[in-house]
Design a protein. Structure first.
Length: 196
C-alpha cells in the first residue's frame, strides 16, 4: 500500500523542485550562451577557412535583406496608394451624386443644364443683336448700310448732314466699330464744325 503524502510533504516537494530549477536554470543559461557563442565562432572559422571574406558575405546578405524589405515595402505602399486612389474616386462619385441630389431637391440646375442655358442665352442674345441692328439700320440715311463694305460706305458719307453722320457714327460704334469708317465720319464732322 502506498502511503499518501500529506499536504505539507507535497508543498515541500514542490518547493524543493522549484528551488532546484531556480538554482540550475542560470547555469544552463550560461552554458547555452557559451554554446551559441562557440557555434557562431565555429561558423566564422569555417567561413574563413573556405577563403570567403566574412565581411563581404555579411554585406551581401545585408544588401539582399535590404532589397527584400525595400521591395516588400514598395509593394505595400503601391497597394495602399492604389486603394487610396480608388477610395478617392468612390468618395468623389458619392459626393457628386449627393450634390446632384441636393441640387435636384432644391430645384437648382446642374452644371450641364447651366451650360446648356448659357448656350441658349447666347443664341437669343445674337438674335436680339441682329434684330436691334436691323431696327437701327432702318433709321439710317444710307439704305442697306449694315451690308456695305468700308469702300462702299466712305464715298456715301460726303452727302450726309451732321445729324445723319452722327446717326451713322452711333450705329458704327454700337455694332461694327470699323476704325476707318469712324475716322472718315470724325473728319467730316470736324470739317462741319470748322465751317460753322
Amino acid at each position: 500500500m502506498t502511503e499518501e503524502k500529506t499536504l505539507t510533504e507535497r508543498v515541500q516537494t514542490v518547493v524543493e523542485d522549484t528551488g532546484n530549477v531556480i538554482v540550475t536554470a542560470p547555469g544552463k543559461m550560461v552554458q547555452a550562451s557559451r554554446g551559441a557563442w562557440n557555434m557562431t565562432r565555429e561558423e566564422a572559422d569555417r567561413l574563413l577557412e573556405r577563403g570567403v571574406d566574412l565581411f563581404e558575405e555579411l554585406v551581401e546578405r545585408g544588401e539582399k535583406v535590404e532589397m527584400l524589405q525595400t521591395d516588400r515595402l514598395s509593394r505595400w505602399l503601391k497597394g495602399w496608394q492604389k486603394r487610396g486612389t480608388e477610395q478617392m474616386h468612390v468618395a468623389e462619385e458619392q459626393l457628386e451624386q449627393r450634390v446632384q441630389s441636393v441640387l435636384r431637391a432644391m430645384h437648382l440646375p446642374s452644371a450641364d443644364e447651366v451650360a446648356h442655358l448659357d448656350k441658349e442665352i447666347d443664341k437669343i442674345g445674337r438674335k436680339l443683336d441682329s434684330y436691334l441692328k436691323e431696327a437701327e439700320q432702318a433709321g439710317l440715311p444710307i439704305e442697306g448700310y449694315a451690308h456695305l463694305t468700308v469702300k462702299e460706305i466712305v464715298p456715301l458719307l460726303d452727302n450726309l448732314s451732321q445729324s445723319q453722320l452722327q446717326a451713322i457714327r452711333d450705329f458704327e460704334v454700337t455694332f461694327d466699330n470699323r476704325k476707318t469708317v469712324l475716322r472718315e465720319i470724325d473728319q467730316r464732322l470736324q470739317n462741319i464744325y470748322v465751317a460753322a
